[in-house]
Design a protein around this ligand. Structure first.
Ligand SMILES: CC(C)(COP(=O)(O)OP(=O)(O)OC[C@H]1O[C@@H](n2cnc3c(N)ncnc32)[C@H](O)[C@@H]1OP(=O)(O)O)[C@@H](O)C(=O)NCCC(=O)NCCS
Length: 151
């Protein structure tokens, strides 16, 4: 597997980005401001992540997704490690990520990758997503904010 940065003008794997973020409108807002990296296996994109510089020395992993048939094989963790490496190269000291209160598996995944909960953006998904989101039988309302110290 090879992870590489997609060049501007290259097609982004929208189907994968939509796995992590159901809002096309939100994806369009960050995709051109951030850097998109793709994991390729046998010439096909198996995973993707988008890194966005947000504040001085701070970046956010605004999207990360692994194709369903490749999930649970360690690719997500490799993508996070690659994001950490690229963020460090850009002088980032804090890497942040946000996920829904209902995204129980993702909360486990990020914590296994070393992220720690730092706050809750209450009603984020009510304010920014027109459609109701329900996962694991729980309404997705609040964004759980997590961060990883890269020092
Ligand atoms: C979340 C996602 C990126 C994880 O990628 P992955 O390749 O399946 O994860 P990995 O195989 O690298 O797992 C890394 C660790 O996280 C754990 N983990 C991953 N998904 C998990 C889940 N749903 N529940 C519990 N633990 C999970 C693994 O068990 C593994 O633990 P270990 O280090 O102790 O072995 C992937 O499931 C995905 O693309 N989901 C759909 C899109 C999405 O929800 N993106 C995030 C939006 S916030």
């Amino acid at each position: 597997m090879k992870i590489r940065k997609l060049q501007s003008g290259e097609e982004v794997p929208l189907d994968l980005l939509l796995l992590a973020d159901p809002s096309r409108r939100m994806i369009e807002q960050y995709i051109n401001r951030g850097e998109c990296f793709a994991a390729e296996m046998e010439g096909k994109i198996a995973g993707v992540y988008v890194l966005l510089a947000t504040r001085p020395a701070t970046a956010e992993l605004v999207n990360i997704a692994v194709a369903e048939e490749h999930q649970g094989q360690g690719i997500g963790k490799q993508l996070v490690c690659d994001a950490i490496r690229n963020a460090r190269l850009s002088g980032v000291k804090t890497l942040e990520v946000g996920t829904g209160n209902s995204s129980i598996g993702q909360l486990a995944f990020y914590q296994k990758c070393g992220f720690r909960i730092m706050g809750i953006d209450r009603d984020f998904f009510i304010r920014h997503y027109p459609e109701e989101i329900v996962e694991n039988g729980i309404q997705c309302r609040d964004m759980i904010r997590l961060s990883l110290d890269l020092d």
